[in-house]
Design a protein. Structure first.
Length: 90
């Protein structure tokens, strides 16, 4: 059994505040967690801020979350610990 799970996130940079909006279904990526991030998408700042925000929101350390795909895309794929508590799907 693997110690990680995959989390797909649809990121919106330059938001007024950092917040998790909720789940939505993307026709290409499947279920994605919508997250707004204050940082601009410049020099990887939004990716760093998103990683830190997700770690805090999920109650895991920043070092245990890894951006594996989508560094320059709005839809990003993260590897997170299997025991991380994700927000409930409605």
């Amino acid at each position: 059994m693997s110690g990680t799970q995959t989390l797909r996130v649809k990121a919106t940079p330059n938001a007024s505040k950092n917040e998790i909006i909720g789940w939505e279904h993307d026709p290409l990526a499947g279920d994605v967690l919508r997250v707004r991030i204050q940082s601009p998408p410049v020099d990887g700042k939004a990716n760093k801020a998103l990683t830190a925000y997700l770690a805090k929101a999920l109650g895991i350390s920043k070092s245990s979350i890894t951006l594996t795909k989508g560094q320059t895309s709005r839809i990003k794929t993260f590897e997170i610990p299997a025991n991380a508590a994700l927000p409930e799907k409605e």
